[in-house]
Write a protein that binds this ligand. Structure first.
Ligand SMILES: Cc1cc2nc3c(=O)[nH]c(=O)nc-3n(C[C@H](O)[C@H](O)[C@H](O)COP(=O)(O)OP(=O)(O)OC[C@H]3O[C@@H](n4cnc5c(N)ncnc54)[C@H](O)[C@@H]3O)c2cc1C
Length: 360
């Protein structure tokens, strides 16, 4: 590694997995001048493509510790990255604000306490006669919805983000290999990644970003890493003919734990479930629409026009995500059970700092 000391530009880094975490690491490191190869056999099947793209940072109620630090850092970094990525897609944006609603009085009291204690000008309690509350009550035929608003949180369209990152990576001529890595090993001062097709790729460093499968590549017992699959489903519902105008609702909101994104006058996205396993359960519509004591008829009559899922990895015995340098030249970024889209900028910044420390 001596030859690379002080010379970021010469470092060749292999990134295993091209979900949001792999792609964002590639963006950050490529901007720093590193030579990157990304390897993934089937990038469209991953959980990043299933994500709703909500950025729940400032609304997070535990305002200390590692999770809060990562969220806070990501929220600061996102606007800069959006401006940068707009060169490749000028439609890419963060839709704000984010609204959290509940019909449960006790839960609302907690939210209220959080807002008073936090005293953050980017957060507020929604008044009963606010346009958001009025329109949600009208559409959902309820009277008792209450909630808070976060002006700093919002949503990035995940599909559009991933496509924009692909455009950037193509523009930068980043090597992309469509193959599966079945083994990694160290050989003298280099790392070797072996593909399913028996190709051997030599690099100075490896960043393991392949979610659940990362434990197939590293010594999970020696490094004490345990991951379990958590499947999340989402649906697009068409409410053709209903008298409600979904565009009168907030752009993204959450009622009693379900995320709702109206995408046109008569279409909305609802997500997501937490299912421990790798096979989607069947009663998705019921599970995702069961967020009020009584659902409005237009929703119950709605038809699923699209249904999808993604499998995330949840660390066992340690908090999510797992970001560790586990050997010289080997970094693991996995276990992004929730919030992988939100946390990608903070994660890649951490990786870049680790690499700088290693190379300098
Ligand atoms: C329905 C749903 C809604 C969600 N909504 C949100 C949201 O609103 N906001 C938010 O922040 N997060 C959300 N998430 C969570 C978010 O999607 C994840 O945290 C994030 O996508 C994890 O990204 P990743 O890159 O770690 O994993 P993945 O996207 O799963 O990528 C891992 C990649 O590794 C590749 N791979 C696997 N094995 C190998 C191998 N041996 N060699 C090479 N490549 C390999 C796979 O093909 C895959 O492309 C949601 C998730 C789901 C399922």
């Amino acid at each position: 590694m001596k030859s690379l000391k002080g010379n970021f530009q010469k470092a060749h880094i292999v990134i295993i997995g091209s979900g949001i975490i792999g792609k964002f690491n590639a963006l950050e490191l490529s901007e720093l001048g590193c030579q990157i190869t990304i390897i993934d056999p089937g990038q469209l099947q991953n959980s990043s493509n299933a994500a709703l793209g909500l950025l729940m940072g400032n609304i997070y109620q535990k305002r200390r510790g590692r999770s809060w630090d990562l969220r806070k850092q990501s929220l600061e970094l996102w606007p800069k990255w959006i401006t940068f990525l707009q060169k490749f897609n000028n439609g890419l944006n963060i839709e704000k604000p984010l609204i959290q609603l509940t019909t449960n009085e006790e839960k609302f009291k907690k939210l209220e306490k959080f807002i008073y204690e936090t005293n953050d000008k980017n957060l507020g309690i929604l008044e009963k006669d606010s346009i958001f509350i009025k329109n949600v009550n009208k559409a959902f035929e309820t009277k008792n919805i209450k909630g808070i608003i976060s002006f700093k949180d919002g949503r990035i369209n995940a599909t559009s983000l991933l496509k924009t990152l692909d455009k950037y990576l193509k523009y930068k001529k980043i090597n992309f290999l469509e193959d599966e890595i079945i083994k990694i090993r160290k050989s003298n001062s280099h790392w070797i990644s072996t593909t399913r097709n028996n190709e051997e790729i030599q690099s100075d460093m490896i960043i393991v970003c392949n979610s659940l499968k990362s434990i197939d590549l590293i010594d999970k017992i020696y490094h004490h890493i345990k991951l379990k699959p958590v499947l999340g489903q989402a649906i697009k519902v068409d409410i053709n003919g209903a008298e409600v105008d979904l565009l009168s609702l907030p752009k993204q909101f959450n009622i009693n734990g379900k995320n709702i994104i109206p995408i046109s006058k008569n279409k909305l996205i609802i997500g997501s479930t937490d299912e421990y396993g790798t096979e989607p359960e069947e009663n998705t519509f019921e599970k995702l629409t069961n967020f009020l004591d009584k659902q409005p008829t237009w929703l119950m009559k709605g038809k699923i026009s699209k249904k999808w899922y993604g499998i995330r990895s949840r660390p066992e015995g340690e908090p999510s995500p797992i970001m560790k340098k586990i050997e010289d030249g080997l970094i693991v970024c996995t276990g992004f059970y929730k919030n992988g889209i939100l946390l990608a900028p903070a994660c890649s910044k951490w990786v870049a700092n680790e690499i700088k420390n290693y190379l300098y």
